[in-house]
Design a protein around this ligand. Structure first.
Ligand code: ATP
Ligand code: MG
Length: 426
């Protein structure tokens, strides 16, 4: 029978890879909790309308990327393509937004039916951060300072750059949209197919077209910042001052718009030049209108999402995964013969109690000395503990270094932990 395989664009993350994931996740958790952000966990499935009403009907995500299905009751459900909508829904539903401020984060899989390629998958993982009840720009700046610290912690500070822009209020965008459509309509024939389509549906997205001919046409197009309202301009000016004061480097990219409808005022992307076209590792902005759009009271909001696959790909590409990030054991305890089995299990427990940070693997499954030593070697352990009839009779163990030429030594079982602690630093 043909074997069933994973769904295209949905990846297994194998044991070889999970240490890197855990490393990145732990760094993110540490940074976020250091800024007082609290974790929220939402379901992976939501009502389809939630995404239609928040992300926008004429966006790439809603038009062609969502995994939508009918459940057994005939309700239309969707696997979440992003986390903001669900986070707003949950926060509103549980009364977290009324008259208070919130700093929230979440992580988990997201689903988009895109063309799979390097850095772009159909199931991928994001860490998302959402702040509510703060009109900014101080909180906008905090988010960027926080992400800059994360890059520092991950060793990525020199490999990421920040682009920011203001896309103003929806009224300002409406006026600009008209001017842009009028200008681009004169060059309709010279636009690529995607941009022609967007001219009707979502013309602002043409601004971040990757097509050089389209970009050339945009040189003389009306500029979004000429249409910005005073409040958005003042907000953006202040944000830049705050970033300057904090020593965060950025460039203003007047063509930066985001693909989702709910953004307004501040938008930003952290980009790397080391991953080709899939270079955006973190993206976000303000979405002051979204809570109300979803039926809540007007609530200021700002957030971002970062793609974990891209961050991990970046660390691997740049060879920045720290050497200790792996599954290697510290100690492998062998058990030679029946009598050694309970003794090995007990000795390993003693070691784990004495060295809580150490990875200690007990040999299971019997076998010869040679085959147990082979497994010890493959475990990555620095030391094998040799335990057989001889050792049991004399209450000793053999301690064999596996990564150096030092000779094996024999020591009392009672001394094993005190001998290993300083060597392993555990
Ligand atoms: P892109 O322009 O690359 O399509 P996007 O604007 O669709 O990105 P967002 O919806 O803002 O991206 O998601 C935030 C981040 O999530 C992205 O910057 C990226 O790191 C990651 N991301 C988005 N889509 C995917 C995907 N299909 N596979 C892997 N990571 C993704
Ligand atoms: Mg996309």
């Amino acid at each position: 029978m043909a074997k069933i395989q994973a769904i295209r664009g949905m990846n297994d993350i194998l044991p070889e890879q999970t240490p890197i994931w855990q490393f990145v996740e732990a760094k993110v958790r540490k940074v976020l909790s250091g800024y007082g952000y609290r974790e929220i966990r939402m379901p992976i499935v939501e009502q389809t309308d939630l995404f239609k009403r928040s992300i926008g009907e004429v966006t790439d995500i809603v038009e062609k990327e969502m995994y939508t299905f009918e459940d057994r009751n005939g309700d239309s459900l969707t696997l979440r393509p992003e986390g903001t909508a669900g986070c707003v829904r949950a926060a509103e539903e549980h009364g977290l937004l009324f008259n208070q401020t919130q700093r929230l984060w979440y992580t988990g899989p997201m689903f988009r039916h895109e063309r799979p390629q390097k850095g772009r998958y159909r199931q991928f993982h994001q860490i998302g951060v959402e702040c509510f009840g703060m009109s900014g720009p101080d909180i906008d700046a905090e988010l960027l300072i926080l992400t800059a610290r994360l890059w520092q912690e991950l060793g990525l500070a020199d490999h990421t750059r920040l682009e920011i822009n203001s896309i103003g209020t929806s009224a300002a965008r409406r006026a600009y949209r008209e001017a842009l459509v009028e200008y681009l309509s004169g060059f309709r024939d010279r636009l690529d197919a995607d941009s022609q389509r967007r001219l009707e549906s979502n013309p602002l997205r043409i601004l971040d077209s990757k097509n050089p001919d389209t970009q050339a046409l945009l040189t003389d197009a009306p500029k979004l910042d000429d249409y910005l309202d005073d409040e958005s301009l003042a907000h953006f000016r202040r944000l830049r001052e705050l970033l300057d004061a904090a020593g965060i480097r950025y460039t203003v990219n007047p063509r930066l718009v985001r693909g989702l409808d709910y953004y307004g005022k501040t938008v930003f992307e952290w980009i790397t030049d080391s991953l080709g076209a899939q270079g955006t590792v973190c993206a976000g902005g303000r979405y002051d209108g979204l809570v109300e759009q979803l039926g809540g009271k007007p609530t200021d909001a700002v957030g971002f999402a970062m793609g974990l696959e891209r961050l991990i790909l970046l660390l691997e590409t740049l060879d920045l995964v720290p050497p200790g990030v792996n599954n290697d054991a510290d100690v492998y305890v062998t058990a030679l013969g029946d009598r050694a089995v309970p003794a090995a299990l007990a000795l390993a427990e003693t070691l784990r109690t004495a060295m809580p940070a150490a990875k200690i693997v007990t040999h299971c499954g019997g076998g010869s000395f040679k085959s147990q030593m082979k497994k010890a070697d493959r475990s990555g352990a620095r030391y094998a503990v040799i335990l057989g009839d001889n050792e049991i009779d004399t209450a000793t163990v053999g301690l064999k270094p596996l990564r150096s030429d030092e000779p094996q030594q024999s020591l009392a079982q009672a001394e094993l932990a005190t001998t290993l602690i300083p060597i392993l630093g555990a």
